[in-house]
Ligand binder design. Structure first.
Ligand SMILES: Cc1cc2nc3c(=O)[nH]c(=O)nc-3n(C[C@H](O)[C@H](O)[C@H](O)COP(=O)(O)OP(=O)(O)OC[C@H]3O[C@@H](n4cnc5c(N)ncnc54)[C@H](O)[C@@H]3O)c2cc1C
Length: 316
């Protein structure tokens, strides 16, 4: 049987911690998972020290954690193919995924394509990403002990990032484009109560990230009412302007929420039997490595159970 005719037990789409955890579990269940691990780096590959992954007292580097997880899954028989899924269809007896080079058929599918943080696309942002520019205060707040930090945004996540940061930082400044926040009232109240620790700059947008070649030193901002441009010194910038889940190819085929996240039940199932989702692609709330790995494990165990059911029903 050639590759085109073969119907795999499990295909996993994604190349992050959720995908490799699902791969580890399904490989250990002897399901020979294929991972379409994509062509872009996952989020852990973009970070430095991860201090909240259990078992590493002194933390572990994000790229090392992901590389080890991939090797661990491969050790048990998972096969990683460095191609991106470009289309997906639900056929009568299988799901089909196409990349630019290949087509894969599978009985179960685990989607772990993650979410990408929205960026501002301004000068300096990419250069200093991971060197002062961050998208996760819960992850990086402790690095800003007694330092200054800026949070950009006005929704609940900007409030949450600020609340995570103020416990460590000397001063937090929120910069927002409008003259009021979109965040829920309760979150806004929490921020307003911390006047001595959290400053707010209204009606302004950051137009450039400034640095010394090694790390962030400040930002250039523009007041949208007066057009006045000024500079503020800071050690860190946290982008809290939302995430974009990587679900484009599933639109109209699997149920998504209003923000484009895959909708899952408590057991990581989507609305399509046999299709599971794990990690940030289905998680608008926690967005952590450990929760991604946890749902990767759930998705894998559920896929295994589903395959047993198909077998018991004599469907394959
Ligand atoms: C700078 C930074 C620091 C962080 N620090 C921490 C921390 O200290 N602790 C913590 O717990 N969390 C941290 N996080 C969050 C954590 O990294 C994420 O929650 C977690 O890695 C999400 O894993 P995931 O597998 O769901 O998705 P991702 O890591 O987003 O991986 C998804 C993968 O799927 C691939 N993909 C997308 N579309 C396709 C497709 N069509 N076909 C094939 N592949 C596709 C992508 O290229 C990517 O490789 C941090 C995040 C960032 C950005």
């Amino acid at each position: 049987m050639n590759k085109k005719e073969q119907i795999h037990d499990v295909i996993i789409i994604g190349g992050g911690i959720a995908a490799y955890t699902a791969a580890l579990y399904t490989a250990r269940a002897n399901l020979k998972p294929i991972i379409l691990c994509g062509v872009e780096p996952d989020q852990l590959s973009l970070t430095t020290l991860v201090e909240n992954w259990p078992g590493f007292e002194d933390g572990i580097l994000g790229p090392e954690l992901i590389e080890n997880s991939k090797k661990q899954a491969e050790k048990f028989g998972a096969k990683c193919i460095q191609e991106a899924a470009e289309s997906f269809s639900i056929e009568k007896k299988y799901f089909e995924i196409k990349t630019s080079e290949n087509s894969f058929k599978t009985k179960t599918l685990i989607i772990a394509t993650g979410a990408s943080a929205r960026k501002l696309n301004i000068p300096g942002e990419n250069k200093y990403f991971g060197r002062g520019v961050s998208t996760c205060a819960v992850c990086d707040a402790a690095l800003y002990r007694n330092k200054d930090a800026i949070v950009i945004g006005g929704g609940d996540s900007a409030m949450e990032e600020s609340l995570a940061l103020y416990k460590f930082a000397k001063k937090v400044t929120i910069i927002h484009r409008r003259n009021k926040f979109r965040a829920s009232k309760i979150m806004q109240d929490r921020i307003f109560k911390l006047k001595d620790k959290i400053d707010i700059i209204w009606d302004s947008e950051v137009i450039e990230v400034l640095g010394n070649g090694k790390s962030v030193t400040g930002v250039k901002i523009k007041n949208l009412k007066t057009n006045k441009i000024s500079e503020i010194k800071t050690d860190g910038i946290f982008l809290a302007i939302g995430h974009i889940p990587n679900t484009k190819i599933f639109q109209g085929k699997i149920k998504l929420d209003n923000h484009g996240y895959l909708l899952t039940d408590k057991l990581s199932g989507t609305n399509i039997p046999g299709i599971y989702a794990a990690g940030d692609v289905q998680d608008p709330v926690f967005k952590q490595a450990i929760t991604s790995a946890g749902t990767g494990c759930q998705a894998a165990l559920q896929a295994e159970k589903y395959l047993e059911k198909l077998k018991a029903e004599g469907k394959y």
